[in-house]
Ligand binder design. Sequence first.
Ligand SMILES: Cc1cc2nc3c(=O)[nH]c(=O)nc-3n(C[C@H](O)[C@H](O)[C@H](O)COP(=O)(O)OP(=O)(O)OC[C@H]3O[C@@H](n4cnc5c(N)ncnc54)[C@H](O)[C@@H]3O)c2cc1C
Ligand code: SF4
Length: 515
Amino acid sequence: MRTLRLLLGDQLSDQATSLSDIAPGDMVLLAEVMEEATYVPHHKQKLVMVFAAMRRFASRLADRGVAVRYVGLDDPANTHSLAGEVLRALSEGGFDRVVVTEPGEWRLVRAFERLAVQAAVPVEVRPDTRFICPRPVFEAWADGRRELRMEFFYREMRRRTGLLMDGDQPVGGRWNFDAENRKRLPKGMRPPKRLRIVPGPVVQAVVRLVEQRFAGNFGDLDGFDWATSHDEAEALLAHFLDDILPGFGDWQDAMKGGEPYLWHARISAALNIGLLDALDICRRAEAAYRAGRAPLNAVEGFIRQILGWREFVRGVYWLKGEDYLAGNALGADRRLPWFYWSGETEMACVRDAVGTTRRHAYAHHIQRLMVTGNLAMLLGVHPDEVNLWYMSVYADAFEWVEAPNTHGMAIFADGGVVGSKPYAASGAYINRMSDYCAACAYDVRLKRGEGACPFNVLYWDFLIRNAPRLDANPRLAMPYRAVHAMRSDHDAIREEAEALRAALGAVVRQPQGGR
Ligand SMILES: Cc1cc2nc3c(=O)[nH]c(=O)nc-3n(C[C@H](O)[C@H](O)[C@H](O)COP(=O)(O)OP(=O)(O)OC[C@H]3O[C@@H](n4cnc5c(N)ncnc54)[C@H](O)[C@@H]3O)c2cc1C
Ligand code: SF4
């Protein structure tokens, strides 16, 4: 039995199930194809990262004596689709079956189903075992629950893995130390220096390719320093665990102008493409706590992001099916303002978040959620436009993780599947958690009128506009008490917000712009 093993650009792991029973005579196929490079207009750095990591992983396999068929983007015979490349390899003969690990999005699930019909040999799609929670385990956990809440799933995962457990009790007597993880950054406090990965020849060659072929895509390439090999990813992780993790908890929600990473790990991209292993990361973070090298609030907070949120959103993505992204629970109908791409805005928080995104293909969670996501929701931007933006601008963007975070957590378009309430906030939240407002053209203290922070009037307008959908939500009882108390101002707020939306470019979307 001679097997053709298709390996995708986000499956670059020795543990990929498609490689598990590799035998002499088998061939591993990796292909750089335009279909994958263009299904959204990816950030240039993401293209470089994925192609360079594919090339380096292919060399690593070849060095071990594995037969590799590598199809470059510039290969004149390239058919530019994954299915096309499998069929081309099959047509050259000698394979008895195709094996692939399940992809990370519905689009490719369907493509592989079509491939299975077209191919003359069986196509076997295997589960992706790089996740800590197998899909059937998530489905069983979700079965019969009225609501899916990350916190309960996370506790289940702690018990299942034994991470941060003392017998059947959580270490420290509590499951969650989040309340200790919302500190504002003290004035003058500098975040730790980050490890810089110097691009080698493979990366440099791909940078040239991407500059030529994707010149119009969003993002800068100068300063590219993503990990593109297992060794580089390991160096990033070790640096984080040794030097940065101890401060992860305290300032997890803080933002600071010109400081993209603060105490965040910056490992999501390497993890999502297979250069790191999720359970290994969690175990090593726990070991740092047990050895007294990092406090519990930091380690629990960090493990919760991976064992809890990352596994939870993946479970939700597959559970909810491909119609998940069609939802638009708040009836949002606006266009995404142009400054999401250009960064040209007087709003200092948005300018910094978009600027960081452009320069690094990165923004940390609170920037994504409470600045760009929050603003898009308050403006009423259509979910398709918001999802497209998030898929296009981050190096770690893959639909299984991007969609529930954006569509669910950030803009509440799923009506409460991922989060129990919208993460809507006025400028006061951003002011509390950052130093942005001090350097902003707008005044965060002004609720309305000339020069007032746009988040303020948009926040109240959001609550007023969505009262029929959200007023009964017990988690919004407090803001809605305030909304009711200002009833006589509602019309003026709505009018001012509408003028602001127009001025910011969040105009009503034409129907033909739909998905
Ligand atoms: C609107 C929006 C869109 C997002 N899109 C993506 C995306 O496309 N890809 C992606 O990997 N993450 C996404 N996230 C989650 C999170 O913002 C990133 O994982 C994180 O910022 C990556 O940076 P880091 O490695 O420094 O993370 P840290 O803050 O250091 O966290 C450690 C790790 O925990 C995991 N993690 C943390 N939060 C989440 C979360 N909410 N969901 C899943 N994993 C999480 C990541 O693997 C991350 O590397 C999104 C969040 C929001 C609000
Ligand atoms: S004043 Fe408003 S727009 Fe300006 S930085 Fe603060 S929150 Fe952002």
